[in-house]
Write a protein that binds this ligand. Structure first.
Ligand code: SAM
Length: 292
């Protein structure tokens, strides 16, 4: 990206895509577009109407800085400070996990359940809320839902709070600092308990790509020696706080699915235990209902 040349939007995108591809990005063109739109202060789609326009020096300087960091492996979502989840714009910082598309399966299943049961004012809790992704997507789409979102990280809760305010959902979403359901009285009962808790084992953590390990919070990723420790601790706490017929949804690594299904099946308080597959065909979410 030399200064003597005339850099149009199109030329800049071609150059950057090539640069990021060589650096190992699997989404080089998309990365380049998202970063240029951010530097330019416009929607990505607008770039397509600006291909022949020359990019101003100050925009190019901002863009160069972003591309440099992307080249060092910083995830695009952290660079632009946002990520869309279930059509909801969410702010993300390095204090929260970047919401993943697989997690939309949790939201979809919760919404389908609430609709099918025609629960008038569903009480929902999201355990390990991070950016607030699951809690806010359910609240946004279920207008009568009262949603509680807990996380052990105060820094993550601050991000979730901002996202609740930005999306005008703060009146129906209560944020609580809690180690699993420790701060939620056992007398409080929910219709849906959803959790995308850390599920990476200590050994798997070491093998994660640099772009995850170096930038996303370890607290959001590692579930313990086997990875399932937090999920296992949650099961009895959840059983106590579910209405009869209530739904439990657990996102996990496909490698833990069989183990968690077996644990739930062995627990007489649960029934209807089933694993749900993500778009790649992997067992990604376990569902179970509370026996009456
Ligand atoms: C995998 S991230 C999921 C974030 C968000 N729910 C999502 O799907 O994008 C797990 C979250 O659980 C939180 N967490 C870790 N240990 C916890 C615990 N013992 N109790 C409550 N939350 C915990 C982390 O701080 C992190 O925000």
């Amino acid at each position: 990206m030399s200064t003597a040349e005339t850099w149009t939007v199109q030329k800049l995108l071609i150059w950057t895509t090539d640069y990021l591809k060589k650096g190992g990005s699997e989404s080089a063109r998309l990365d380049a577009e998202v970063l240029l739109a951010s530097a330019q202060g416009c929607e990505r789609i607008m770039l397509y109407t600006m291909f022949d326009q020359v990019v101003a020096d100050d925009v190019r300087a901002k863009f160069r800085e972003l591309v440099k960091k992307r080249g060092e492996g910083v995830p695009v979502a952290y660079l632009v400070g946002k990520r869309e989840f279930y059509s909801l714009p969410l702010r993300v910082t390095s204090d929260v996990l970047i919401p993943r598309p697989e997690t939309e399966l949790v939201v979809m299943t919760a919404i389908d359940f609430i609709k099918a049961k025609a629960i008038a004012a569903p009480a929902v809790i999201d355990v390990g809320t991070g950016s607030g992704a699951i809690a806010l997507a359910i609240a946004k789409n279920m207008k009568t839902a009262q949603v509680t979102a807990v996380d052990v990280s105060p820094a993550a809760l601050a991000v979730a709070k901002q996202n609740a305010v930005d999306n005008k959902l703060e009146a129906r979403v209560t944020l609580i600092e809690s180690n699993l359901l420790g701060e939620i009285p056992a007398a409080t009962k929910f219709d849906v308990i959803a959790a995308n808790l850390p599920y990476v084992s200590d050994a798997e953590y070491e093998e994660l790509p640099h772009s995850v390990k170096a930038f996303e919070p370890k607290l959001a990723l590692v579930g313990g020696t086997s990875g399932s420790e937090l999920i296992e601790k949650l099961l009895p706490q959840a059983a106590e706080r579910m209405q009869p017929g209530a739904l439990l949804l657990l996102e996990l690594s496909p490698m833990l699915a069989e183990k968690v299904v077996a644990l739930l099946k062995a627990d007489s308080r649960f029934e209807g235990v089933e694993s749900l597959k993500d778009l790649a065909g992997h067992a990604r979410v376990i569902r179970a209902t509370r026996k009456a």
